[in-house]
Design a protein around this ligand. Sequence first.
Ligand SMILES: Nc1ncnc2c1ncn2[C@@H]1O[C@H](COP(=O)(O)OP(=O)(O)O)[C@@H](O)[C@H]1O
Ligand SMILES: [Mg+2]
Length: 138
Amino acid sequence: MDTIISNSPEETLHIGTALAADLRGGEILALCGDLGAGKTHFAKGIVSGLGGDAEDVTSPTFTLVHEYPGCRLPVFHFDFYRLEAESELRNIGWDDYLREDGVLLIEWAERFPDAFPPSTRFIHFEITSENGRLLHFS
Ligand SMILES: Nc1ncnc2c1ncn2[C@@H]1O[C@H](COP(=O)(O)OP(=O)(O)O)[C@@H](O)[C@H]1O
Ligand SMILES: [Mg+2]
């Protein structure tokens, strides 16, 4: 398991941007960690690295999934925070998203770990201080 240290929101964004260069489509990035841990900043970096605008990226708390224009791959950004039960995933067409050749970014993925295929990359965001974060890649 790799761990990357971030000392600022900008650094977390840049970690996402760097990772975006390796994305080819079909990746599922499950972002886990408490409120304020940096999941959305990382998602901003991914979108920016794929050619989109980081400022478009917000936690899709009420709409459940966001898509972003201008990216070289389709990006589907989810937030499972407000889902009550895994069965609700069926209503949003989760299985269809899993078959997409885009990039899936899921905040609060740890709520429903069983919803993910084995190829999923889990990234755990840990708060270590006001501006310190550890990103654990497993
Ligand atoms: N190293 C860091 N990486 C990411 N965010 C940080 C960092 N240090 C402080 N922060 C702050 O923590 C918050 C992270 O917010 P956000 O990315 O929306 O988290 P999440 O989506 O996990 O709730 C922001 O207010 C940001 O300014
Ligand atoms: Mg968020």
